[in-house]
Ligand binder design. Structure first.
Ligand code: ZN
Length: 299
């Protein structure tokens, strides 16, 4: 073989190697996106979601970074167990949680995971300097707590939005769907994870004028600096349906994305049981349609 020919073989080999590596990279990303969203096979939305998820991971370095962080530390994916995901724990005695100061909360006795609370304190301080008040009105909720909220609505002890009483809706699935507009089924709430908080008001209208609007605008601009995102937005969701917009609900995503990942592999419909109306969970696909259907910034 002459020298020139040898050189061109060498070049061809290098090019083939680069093409092979590029293909491997594309396939591994596609696999990751497909693994993260487990919609049933017959759902046409699946393809779109996978594409969106892949794009998202390609364009935001932040999430790639948090994917790496998932491998180590107390909240490594493999250390998040089913009890932690389902809210079957006691934050008052669990060393992973910190009690929220009265200065940051509307009432005493609320808890957040330590890392998230540390980030919140920094955000609170920065907001205060600009005359913005961030008050936590709900934080970690256990399965039992969520069960009380859910069953109060299910049994009509508490009205739904627009003064509807759930027991007036005869069909169980439709009754659950109506409650699900704003309330999660026990076992499926992000509030179980200790990573999510509700701020200032449980009413979207509050955030549309005056102090509320000022606060929401500040959060949209600055929350991501401290690791917070809004999972239930009006227009940024992975797909249609799910909870309605909640301008008050914020999530500490460096931890919450790990919990969301773990949820997909460790929680099944067999775990969503033990409360009134639980039998509707499967039909409503609450895992796929509600738990996983968050804003792309929180995914
Ligand atoms: Zn909330």
């Amino acid at each position: 073989m002459n020298k020139k020919k040898k050189q061109s073989w060498h070049q061809a080999f290098v090019i083939a190697l680069i093409v092979l590596m590029a293909l491997l990279l594309i396939f591994s990303r596609g696999y990751r996106a497909a693994r993260r969203i487990r919609l049933p096979d017959n759902k046409p939305a699946e393809q779109n979601i996978s594409v969106k998820a892949t794009e998202h991971h390609n364009t935001t370095g932040r999430h790639n970074q948090s994917a790496e962080m998932k491998q180590t530390g107390p909240y490594a994916y493999q250390n998040i167990n089913r009890e932690m995901l389902l809210g079957k724990l006691n934050p008052a005695t669990d060393p992973g949680f910190a009690m929220i100061d009265d200065d940051h909360a509307s009432r005493p006795g609320m808890y957040m995971r330590r890392e998230g609370y540390k980030a919140f304190r920094q955000m609170h301080q920065a907001a205060r300097k600009e005359g913005i008040d961030l008050t936590i009105i709900s934080a970690t909720r256990t399965f039992d707590h969520q069960q009380r909220i859910w069953e109060n609505k299910w049994n009509g002890r508490q009205g739904l939005h627009g003064d509807i009483l759930a027991p007036d809706i005869a069909d169980a699935t439709e009754r659950a769907r109506e409650i699900l507009r704003f309330s999660a089924m026990p076992g499926t709430s992000r509030h179980h994870w200790g990573t999510d908080i509700d701020l200032n008001s449980l009413n979207n209208a509050y955030f549309e004028s005056g102090e509320g609007e000022k606060m929401y605008r500040w959060m949209k601009k600055n929350a991501s600096v401290y690791g917070f995102c809004q999972p239930y937005t009006a227009n940024g969701r992975l797909f249609d349906g799910g909870y309605e917009e909640e301008k008050w609900h914020w999530s500490y995503y460096p931890l919450a994305t790990r919990f969301l990942d773990a949820f997909q592999d460790k929680v099944s419909y067999d775990d969503i049981e033990g409360f009134d109306g639980a039998h509707t969970a499967r039909k409503l696909e609450v895992i796929e349609r509600y738990v996983l259907n968050v804003d792309r910034e929180c995914f």
